[in-house]
Ligand binder design. Structure first.
Ligand SMILES: [Zn+2]
Length: 289
């Protein structure tokens, strides 16, 4: 029976549930595929994994979405930046698990969609997923319009396994098109991230920069009549400020001229999300130059 569920970001209180979901889905999916020794080990270190997750909760290196059904966390998707060879600087879904008794209810797809949306917010143009070669659920990844780009070694407690890598294009044409148009302006073209700002992005991590961008837009641009409109965005001091000048999202005048978002009314949530996506996409492009 299909039960209603919600997708939300993982909170501290979910750490133990998430550790348990990992144990249970591995057991149900991989019995006979990976060694019993490893599966037993997962059960034994469940508490330790939950403690580690709690201790590193604020590190922003990974983002997890959970699915919640009747007040219980029953699925998860863990996202991080990919550091695989030749695939760096894109998003990676590191894990996507749904408890066996909740599978077949489109919960995996809902977690998948939330993951894509998050990566798009952060300006990642592509996303990769590694799926164990013998994973009986691999058809899920094959059906999502990905490109199989090869295999990678995957080692579990000395057990050599292989995983298939699937690459997905998640770029948004609306964002790419406006960035191309902006390149025609000699004023906008002048702005770049310098070594200092690139270092700042690296040190803070993309998730933190994304939250800064959301805060700046809400505080300085979102209301109908922002204070000092036209002068509210400094020319330096934060990578997001530079990105705003480069992308003409610095003031309501520029937003109106370039992005056709009218002045003298509050920005909608969709407009804020669009603006942040443009800013983050520009930062992602700059930081790899
Ligand atoms: Zn402006």
């Amino acid at each position: 029976m299909k039960q209603p569920f919600i997708i939300r970001q993982k909170e501290r209180r979910d750490c133990l549930d998430c550790a348990s979901i990992t144990t249970r889905t591995w057991r149900s999916t991989y019995t006979g595929i990976v060694s019993d020794e490893f599966l037993n080990h997962l059960a034994e270190n469940e508490q330790a994994r939950a403690t580690h997750a709690l201790e590193t909760f604020d590190h922003h290196e990974k983002i997890t979405f959970v699915s919640e059904c009747e007040g219980k966390v029953v699925g998860l998707a863990t996202l991080k930046e990919c550091h695989r060879k030749n695939l760096s600087g894109i998003g990676e879904i590191q894990a996507l698990y749904v408890l066996p008794e909740y599978q077949g209810q489109k919960m995996g797809t809902a977690l998948w969609n939330a993951s894509i949306s998050y990566f798009q917010d952060c300006g990642y143009p592509k996303m990769v997923v590694g799926c164990l070669e013998k994973n009986p659920n691999r058809v899920f990844y094959q059906k999502k319009n990905g490109k199989e780009i090869g295999t990678a070694k995957f080692e579990l407690t000395g057990e050599p396994l292989r995983e298939n890598l699937y690459l997905y294009d998640i770029s948004l044409s609306s964002v790419e098109n406006i960035l191309t148009s902006l390149q025609r302006s000699s004023f906008r073209r002048k702005f770049h991230l310098r070594a200092k700002e690139k270092q700042y992005v690296k040190q803070k991590g993309i998730d933190v920069i994304y939250h800064h961008a959301c805060d700046f837009i809400r505080e300085r641009l979102a209301c109908a009549e922002p204070i000092h409109d036209g002068k509210q965005t400094p020319m330096k001091g934060h990578p997001v400020f530079l990105a705003q000048h480069a992308t003409a999202t610095c003031c309501r005048g520029c937003l109106e001229k370039w992005h056709h978002i009218p002045k003298h009314r509050a920005l909608t949530e969709e407009e804020i999300q669009y603006i942040v996506r443009v800013i983050m996409r520009w930062i992602q492009k700059e930081r790899v130059i």
